[in-house]
Design a protein around this ligand. Sequence first.
Ligand SMILES: [Zn+2]
Length: 693
Amino acid sequence: MKFIKKDSRVVGVCLALIAVVVLLLPALSQTPAQPETHGIVVAHMDLAVKPGDDFYAYTNGEWLKRTEIPPDRATVGVFSILDNISSQRTADLIEQAAKSAAPAGSDVRKIADLYNSYMDEAAVEGKGLAPLRPQFEAIAAIQDKHQLAYALGQTLRTDVDALNNTNFHTPNLFGLWVAPGFNDSEHYTAYILQGGLQLPDREYYLAENEHMRDVRAAYAPHVAAMLKLAGFDDTDNRAKHVIELEHAIAEKHTSLADNEDIHKANNTWSQADFSGKAPGLDWPEYFRGAGLTQQSSFIVWQPAAFTAESALVASAPLENWKDWLAYHLIESMAGVLPKAVSEERFGFFGKTLTGTQQQRPRWQRGVGVVNGFLGDAVGKIYAEKYFSPEAKAQAQALVANLIEAFRKRIDALTWMDPTTKAEAKAKLSTLYVGVGYPDSWKNYSAYEVKADDIFGNVWRGRLFDYQQDLARLGKPIDRKWWSMTPQTVNAVNLPLQNALNFPAAILQPPFFDPKAPDAVNYGSIGAVIGHEISHTFDTEGSAFDSKGRVRNWWTPADLKHFEEATARLAAQYDTYKPFPDLSLNGKQTLAENIADVAGLAAAYDGYHAALAGKTAATQDGFSGDQQFFIAFGQSWAQKEREAVLRQQVVTDSHSPDRYRADTVRNLDPWYPAFSVQPGQTLYLGPEDRVRIW
Ligand SMILES: [Zn+2]
């Protein structure tokens, strides 16, 4: 939840769901928003709407009216437009790599071979399901629950991430996350998280509404179809048992809102504890399969789910678990199997779950695969080519102003205890802010890429990432480690490192434009930077001190004030209803909503500091303050299909974009800037506006 926006590339980095990633990747045919414009885009606004009634429509209404979502995507908006640019550049880099005849073993050669192996559709069709056969045979040979435990252990990957590029979902039984320790922030620690579901969240199995019932009705025939394509008989029956198993797991899963509470997550179990606290699964065999026999302890994020899932391994029939394993296997590799399989997967996970009408062209999916497995190799070339030292220096200056704005806001707080203030400022002083690209790059020498083996390349790529992460366990942490690649259009706060990453690809128009007025840069990228800094002090940030240690550095009175203020923000978001049968969950989205309000407030301060008392130039009759808020509203322009918007409300810790834009209603200066009056839809009395910092 610590990034600015849930984004296809974030999922791409986690490597778990290639087929999903690629269908969310942006189409390149879309025209970027008027590159000659430097400042707010008046043509996107609907000036007939009163800003106080619907600020999102006021800033984006005309754009929303004339923009269609392309058939091969689930959303279109500012982030996808920037993604287009980044993807096109990445595609060009890959094309050049493919032509360069780089030496064997070099990163450039790996980029070329990985891409070409993905593009060789004839080879994929020719091999059919043969690449899966050894895996299916291994599953078929499982004789008992001990062997099952070993096989389940072999599926463990580092495909979850609890606090950085937040992702609580893995279809494997469990997921591993390697990060600085809650209780030893100087060393990398093993966190283990619940898993086992193909659908995005437990709600998909349990919620009683029409949309979820429709999804479930389509899921059973999809599971059966995948098993049939894999050559299984009696597929309706097998699918029924697989879904029963997933349903039983879903019932015991911890909800997303609870997953975000780190105090519930800090449970250290020694390896020996698992058999006593979560009996059922043969844990020694599981850890042996996972290559983790040497790991003495783990932080178990959801202990109750571990107990329940382990018990299910014991109680459900072996044959059902074997079918579950086979189905999950074919699903995980569907993106690099013949068209019949990848189309079946897209039909369900693309069309039914997100409303997207058709798959991306293969070459665009290929770019996604290369970014997923060789993201740093591409990113190194990308950063050299597209992020100048001048742009880096300008962005760093903006970051420095935002940090200063936060420091002043903390100083001015009347409710915060002086010792808490001192620690808050210490956190600001030790914050590592990465701008553009990392200081060091991932080493791919141990990743074997073959020019004619996309299945093997993906299989080995996931294993390579897993083994790289295991090798970090117990080692001293690197506070300058990046969790996003430079070509990612996003930004992230890494609370256990007390660090921020702002990749090169988000530091471009409309977020960051050296030729645009300050009002616009502060309203767009300034608010993003402020958002990420705010995470340093929010519900989770307040649990980590300046060294990334889990230490509650707030006094009880400070915390009480903070909780009261933020509870009112949660209640504000609970009232938003994207659909008559679906409201936002103010608790699930609280940390992000806090970051939006606080980030915008700090950006506003930073803007006025940059003005240094001068009056801003108007643009098309709009004052500096108006441009600032309009730029913020326009940075959230997005259209999404109903299915994917519903999925976001249920599974994402970020509110839908229109409500993020409307958070301007919590800022006092927004009212005079647009003459917002009582009685208008977004009007809040001064006492109802939520001020966090
Ligand atoms: Zn965030």
